[in-house]
Design a protein around this ligand. Sequence first.
Ligand SMILES: [Zn+2]
Length: 237
Amino acid sequence: MSRDLTDGRALLDAWEAGAVAPSAARGATLAHHCGLVPDADTALDLPLGEIARLAARLYTAGFGSAATCVVSCPDCAERLEVRIDLDPLADAEPESAAPRPVPTSGGEVLVRPVTSRDLLAAATTEANAALLLASCLVGDHPAVDRLQPDDVAAIDTKLEELAGAAAATVQMRCPQCGTAMRIGVDVVALLWDQVRSNAPRLLAEIVTLATAYGWSEQSVLAMSATRRQAYLALVRR
Ligand SMILES: [Zn+2]
C-alpha cells in the first residue's frame, strides 16, 4: 500500500529512514518506505531512472508538482531559482531494467541501467567509474580495461540514455548575463529536501499540541493536517 507524504506518519517514517540511508540509496529507501516498492532489495535493484520517477510521484503527491532548484550561473555567479514542473517525470512510463545492445569495436555488448546497488558498491572503491561500468555489462563482454575509449564513450552514452528521469535536465538562459545553461534535475534530492524541512516542522507542531493539551504524538499524527492546523491556531491565539 502506498503512503502519501501529506500523511504525517508517512512523512516522519520517511524522514527517519532517509536520514540514516547512504545518499546513494536514499531514493530507493524513500520509495520503499512510502510503499511504492514491496521491499528494500527490489528498490535497490531498480534502474535509477525508475527511482527518480517514483521520487517525482512522491513529490507531486506530497508537495505539489512545482519544485525549485537553486543554481549559480557558471559565468556571472548570479544565484538563480529555477522552477521545475515534476508532473511530466511523475507521469512517465515505468523505466525498464532490460539490457540494451551497444555496438563496440569488438562486437555488440549488452548494457543494463545503473541501479542504487551499483552506486553503493562503486562508492566504496576508488575505481568507481570502471566498477560502475562493469556492473552494467550483461552476458559475454570484454574486460572493462580492454575496451577502447570510443567503446567506453558509447556505453556511457547508452547509460545516460537509460538513466531517464535520473538524468533529467532543464535548459535556460541566465537572466543576468544571458549565458545558456543546462541544469541537472536531481529529483531524489528535491524530494529529500522537502522531507528534511517538513519533518522537523511537524515535530515542532506535535510538541506544541502535546504541551498545550497533553495529547500523544500518535493522536496528533492521527488527525488530518486541517484539524491539526486549526488546533495550532487556537493554541497560538
Ligand atoms: Zn549569468
